[in-house]
Write a protein that binds this ligand. Structure first.
Ligand SMILES: N[C@@H](CCC(=O)N[C@@H](CS)C(=O)NCC(=O)O)C(=O)O
Length: 213
């Protein structure tokens, strides 16, 4: 797709892991986009207006020339195929599968267990349990798995020495505000090293939750 007539809007809320992945990928692909802030602390994702845009009532949603796309993994694959000039997946099918497995370890193995909707739901049933008690075992298991994958396949970045979509998934999972108080991130040295390298790149860097437009 030619980039000259693109209208891209990202429904997002800064500092939240899943939409942060997409904003990193858009920047890596050098695609201009307009952020539209859905105030999650005020539950704007549950509004009638936003439910028409994303039936699962979550961010991100990527709107591209009027088409709505959901789920950061599907969006990553779409951006990679549609805008191949900056490659964010390696060449071989096996290497691609390894990178995708890192993304899914974040997307399915870590993120759902510290999502506030999950915590609130459990807390309704077990009122004397705190957030760390609910999330920590899942986060430890997920981060341990990811650390093992990155130890095996990583280099400067999550997969070898080229930035891939795995870095766009790993970075917000590690740098997100609430993560460091839910789990001891020093236990994952391979991840820490990669994240510190990513800190040096302009497309990465901290998205402060107080910096919404
Ligand atoms: N698997 C989804 C996860 C999306 C997700 O859980 N987004 C969170 C923000 S990080 C959200 O919108 N939460 C609102 C809620 O839980 O009500 C993706 O990768 O896009």
């Amino acid at each position: 797709m030619s980039t000259s007539r693109l209208a891209i809007r990202l429904y997002t809320y800064r500092g939240y892991s899943a939409p942060w992945r997409v904003s990193i990928m858009l920047k890596l692909k050098q695609l201009q986009f307009q952020p539209f802030f859905v105030n999650l602390p005020k539950a704007e994702q549950l509004s009638n207006m936003y439910s028409q845009i994303n039936p699962l009532q979550i961010v991100p949603t990527l709107e591209i020339n009027g088409q709505l796309l959901h789920e950061s993994m599907a969006i990553a694959e779409y951006l990679e195929e549609e805008f191949p000039r900056t490659k964010l997946l390696p060449k071989s099918p096996l290497e691609k599968a390894i990178v995708r497995s890192m993304c899914e370890t974040v997307n399915s193995g870590i993120h759902p267990y510290h999502a506030s909707r999950f915590y609130k739901y459990v807390h309704n049933y077990v009122s004397d349990i705190n957030r760390q008690e609910i999330s920590e075992p899942f986060l430890e298991r997920g981060f341990t798995a990811l650390n093992t994958l990155v130890e095996k396949h990583g280099g400067d970045y999550a997969f070898g020495n080229q930035v891939t979509i795995a870095d766009a998934f790993l970075y917000p999972a590690f740098r997100g505000d609430d993560v460091s108080y839910l789990v001891n991130l020093d236990k994952y040295p391979a991840l820490k090293k990669v994240v510190e390298n990513l800190d040096q790149l302009p497309e990465f860097g901290y998205e402060h939750p107080d910096s919404q437009g």
